[in-house]
Design a protein around this ligand. Structure first.
Ligand SMILES: [Zn+2]
Length: 442
């Protein structure tokens, strides 16, 4: 089926950053077949369906490089408590998290991302088999990494059981068009060296990126400094697990040598400015990373850490925090930030051949951001409008692999009210809400 999108402000995000202010896009089944100015559209062009963008900004779907989609129930719980991890998160996770809760949370989270223009995400949590099914059913593009941590977890009875889970999970999704199964050791300090090396080996065997939180916590840096006189990144190099397949989330605290190592091994960084600053952990050295040639993508972290899964809020926070941190208003112009949210994320996940730009031959993952709303007038520069004026509520239409998943700001094939009711029911069944309120009132 051929779909023509006409009268759009097309941002290709290609190497030359070409844009077509009055442009069109032609989609042939699941791929982009051409893009250009309306003037260049042949008069006799044939198509099965035509969408009038009415001046909306058309850009590649956004890539959220770090999520925990099973954690929607935790959103807004104990946000300002310094001990929230131990007071709320771990106990509630142990007592309540189950297959049904993870799955219904995953579907809800994916709906939230799609409505916000996120077409691809890299997740790390438990019950990733169910989350992969959720992503498949919602027609998202996703990488899903089963967490591994050296304690008993909610989905595997043995400590380190996540490794065995991953060994069975990875081959199941081999060859799937949109879904890749992966492994995500929680962090260097919460796993044995053997597990970290096995995770790296598994990712190599199945040729899939893997994910880990790196250089995020103050105690993590302290531990490696005291015990080994190293940074976490130096430790990971020594045990031989740095590679272009590793997506390191956060990397807040980096030395110059760490940055050299990340570049040397082509490690990718998932930068989560919203979560990192909400938790008062710090602002990562993203300008230094990019100047050194390290690939960086944007991530939201989980809905408990960052409260949202949309990248519009992250782009805005990225601009504000990095400009302030660098005392430089001109740092990170808007178009560079939109790049990080699209092609940057695609490169971080090794998907730049398939997605991340509007170019003929690529998979048709793209979004339309309407310009009719009160906050979207006037527009002098579309990148500025996206970073500083727009919000997720301006996303009008979303396509993944040529299939429309959001139409006129609504899910095309799913019912948000129903997804919410199902999640709410799963939260009731395991007593999540009751126990969360008890913990708050302790
Ligand atoms: Zn995280």
């Amino acid at each position: 089926m051929k779909t023509l999108i006409k009268n759009a402000w097309v941002l290709t995000m290609n190497e030359q950053m070409e844009q077509f202010p009055n442009g069109y896009l032609m989609v042939d089944d699941e791929k982009i077949s051409e893009a250009g100015t309306m003037d260049s559209l042949p008069k006799a062009v044939s198509y099965d369906r035509c969408i009038d963008a009415k001046g909306a900004i058309l850009l590649p779907g956004m890539v959220n490089t770090h999520t925990h989609i099973g954690m929607i129930p935790f959103r807004s719980l104990g946000d300002d408590y310094p001990d929230r991890l131990r007071r709320f998160l771990f106990p509630l996770e142990n007592e309540c998290m189950n297959e049904q809760l993870a799955y219904t949370s995953g579907k809800y989270a994916i709906a939230e991302m799609q409505l916000a223009g996120v077409t691809t995400f890299f997740d790390m949590y438990y019950f990733e088999q169910q989350l992969a099914e959720a992503a498949d059913e919602m027609h998202s593009r996703a990488l899903l990494a089963e967490s591994v941590i050296d304690t008993v977890t909610v989905d595997v009875p043995d400590p380190m059981g996540g490794l065995q889970y991953a060994e069975e999970f990875l081959p199941k999704w081999q060859g799937h068009h949109r879904i890749q199964a992966s492994i995500g050791p929680h962090a260097p300090y919460s796993n044995t060296i053997e597990v970290l090396q096995k995770a790296d080996a598994l990712s190599k065997k199945y040729d899939v990126p893997w994910m880990m939180h790196v250089s995020e916590m103050d105690f993590e840096l302290e531990k490696y400094r005291k015990e080994r006189n190293q940074t976490p990144v130096e430790f990971l190099e020594e045990i031989g697990v740095l590679s272009s397949r590793l997506v390191a989330a956060h990397c807040i605290h980096l030395t110059d040598h760490d940055i050299e190592l990340l570049k040397k091994y082509d490690v990718k960084v998932a930068h989560c400015i919203g979560a990192n600053t909400k938790s008062a952990k710090g602002v990562a050295r993203v300008r230094d990373l990019i100047n050194a040639g390290v690939i960086v993508g944007l991530g939201t972290d989980g809905p408990s850490s960052g409260n949202t899964l949309d990248l519009f809020s992250q782009m805005r926070m990225f601009a504000n925090f990095h400009k302030t941190y660098l005392h430089d208003r001109s740092a990170f112009p808007a178009e560079q930030i939109v790049k990080l949210a699209t092609i940057g994320g695609a490169k971080a996940l090794g998907l730049e051949e398939q997605i991340g730009t509007i170019e003929a031959g690529k998979q048709a993952d793209f979004i339309l951001v309407e310009t009719d709303s009160v906050n979207m007038f006037p527009i002098y520069d579309p990148y500025s409008a996206l970073v500083y004026s727009a919000n997720a509520g301006n996303v009008r239409d979303v396509f993944i692999d040529g299939k429309q998943v959001v139409s006129g700001k609504k899910l095309a094939d799913a019912d948000l009210a129903q997804l919410r009711a199902e999640l709410s029911e799963a939260m009731e069944q395991c007593g999540f809400r009751r126990k969360a309120l008890q913990a708050l009132n302790k």
